[in-house]
Ligand binder design. Structure first.
Ligand SMILES: [Zn+2]
Length: 120
């Protein structure tokens, strides 16, 4: 919708109700903002085996998503990697809690049961 055109009387210069400053003559302060912080990786904090970022048991949901993406074409490599992590986690957690160490089935579910069965 267009505003109706108002005619200026002849011989009078056009005057704006809110004159704009001449931006070309202004000195502007350049503000350099730091880049947004990169997303922190969800890596394990050993020997507790919790996520360094969200403190959930590792691999947390974000770590699982990231691992799925990184190993999308090679799920066998993903399982081998997670088996090594499971081995290290079992050793660390048994050292921390020698009397009541982690349940092997719970560790298996946490580290391996969620992995995809075949390459995506
Ligand atoms: Zn996390």
């Amino acid at each position: 919708m267009e505003r109706p055109h108002r005619r200026q009387p002849k011989g009078r210069p056009c005057r704006l109700a809110h004159p704009r400053p001449n931006l070309a003559r202004q000195r502007r302060k350049v503000v350099i903002r730091p880049a947004a912080p990169a997303a922190r990786p969800h890596l394990p904090l050993r020997p507790l085996w919790i996520c360094r970022t969200c403190a959930a048991p590792w691999p947390c949901a974000t770590a699982r998503l990231t691992l799925r993406q990184e190993y999308a074409t090679d799920t066998v490599a993903l399982r081998i990697y997670l088996c090594t992590q499971l081995h290290d986690a079992a050793a660390d957690l048994h050292k921390l809690h020698p009397q009541n160490g982690p349940d092997p089935k719970a560790l298996f579910d946490r580290f391996l049961a969620w992995t995809p069965r075949a390459s995506l």
